[in-house]
Design a protein around this ligand. Structure first.
Ligand SMILES: NC(=O)CC[C@H](N)C(=O)O
Length: 371
């Protein structure tokens, strides 16, 4: 295999071998502690502009398949792994991870001391970096990574959002049982803002009896209200929430008029709509093992997460109730605005990949719409 390097903006170098597409890729280097689900992670549009390091040491052993795609293609711009499994060993596998990334033009590096890399990012923060299998000097690569703009101020959601509205009616799939569960008869019309959404979120909404209309991020509140929806869903997405053009004002104009449920970027935008502030975290939360406490019940959920920004609790000035916190660092994980029939979570109740502890939140949204 061809030699490759990962060079961070602070000049740290990691050597390894190229896999996936050859060449060079630049992005924010982040780490994910999930042991499985690399295909769902790679295809999650929230990873636009990011190179994902998988902390778990062996990747690629179940190959890739058409059902585990969260969007039509991988959105992460690069992948860093300790050991790449050359063989796919799973009844659903259709392509190796290497061939899959090659086909989609995504560069990877394997054989990297990912334990050192993760510790480095944890200590010094997520930062821009380059994977390269071309023979450039480390100094040149460092300089390029150093001068690349960071995530702050980046409106990446508008770029990945759908151009046209569309209807989504597919329920979640039972990959073990083979056939799909029949979709329940729709009871609710839901408008879903696409900031870079994962398909499984829509499937779980359909499972709860929602007829989902997905709309572009730039859709105005008036256009949405004209559809007379029972509820509005704010999806996840890449980049800086504060940079998503007009999103805070749009959501502010929806609050109080229709039930709202937000996930991740959607949660952050909901906070901005209330006049709150979001900030860039040092290295974020990415993985399938983040403990979150529901302050209203005292219950702890193990959650899937993927975010690099967070809501500043103090900036909300009591306009929302903080319902959930992260038990690792105390950051805000959930909000409730009782007067406006709106709630949101920073984590991913659809998981995909990850534990199913929080899937009840889709039912909570349905209950809110039924009232
Ligand atoms: N998954 C998401 O929606 C991520 C939201 C935002 N881009 C962040 O990194 O915090």
């Amino acid at each position: 295999m061809k030699k490759a390097v990962l060079v961070l903006a602070d000049g740290t170098v990691f050597e390894g071998r190229a896999f996936g597409a050859r060449g060079e890729t630049l992005g924010e280097v982040v780490f994910n502690t999930s042991m499985m689900g690399y295909q769902e992670i790679l295809t999650d549009p929230s990873y636009v502009g990011q190179i994902v390091t998988m902390a778990y040491p062996e990747m690629g052993n179940v190959g890739t398949n058409p059902e585990d795609e969260e969007a039509g293609k991988p959105h992460a711009v690069g992948m860093v792994v300790r050991m790449l499994s050359e063989k796919s060993s799973n009844w659903r596998a259709q392509e190796t991870l290497d061939a899959y990334l090659k086909r989609h033009g995504v560069a990877g590096i394997e054989g990297v001391d990912t334990r050192r890399l993760v510790r480095h990012l944890r200590l010094h923060g997520a930062q821009q970096g380059i994977i390269s299998s071309e023979n450039h000097t480390v100094a040149a690569l460092t300089e390029r990574a150093r001068s690349a703009p960071g995530m702050e101020g980046m409106d990446l959601a508008t770029g990945v959002s759908t151009q046209e509205p569309y209807t989504f009616t597919t329920p979640s799939q039972d990959v073990f049982g083979g056939a799909q569960a029949p979709a329940p008869t729709p009871r609710f019309d839901v408008v879903a803002y696409d900031y870079g959404l994962k398909r499984s979120m829509l499937q779980f909404l359909v499972d709860e009896g929602c007829r989902v209309t997905v709309v572009p991020a730039s859709t105005t509140a008036e256009q949405v209200l004209a559809r007379k929806p029972h509820g509005v869903f704010l999806a996840n997405g890449p980049g800086d929430p504060a940079a998503v053009k007009g999103a805070d004002r749009t959501v502010a104009n929806l609050l109080g008029k229709v039930p709202v449920f937000g996930i991740c970027l959607g949660h952050q935008i909901l906070a901005l709509a209330l006049g709150g502030r979001t900030y860039k975290m040092k290295f974020g939360h990415r993985g399938a093992n983040q403990p979150v406490k529901d302050l209203t019940t005292g219950k702890v959920e193990i959650t899937a997460q993927n975010h690099g920004f967070a809501v500043d609790d103090a900036s909300l000035k009591g306009k929302a109730v903080v319902t959930h916190i992260n038990l690792n660092d105390g950051t805000v994980e959930g909000l409730h605005i009782p007067d406006a029939r709106a709630f949101s979570v920073q984590y991913h109740p659809e998981s995909s990949p990850g534990p199913h502890d929080a899937r009840y939140l889709f039912a909570r949204f349905a209950k809110l719409m039924a009232q």
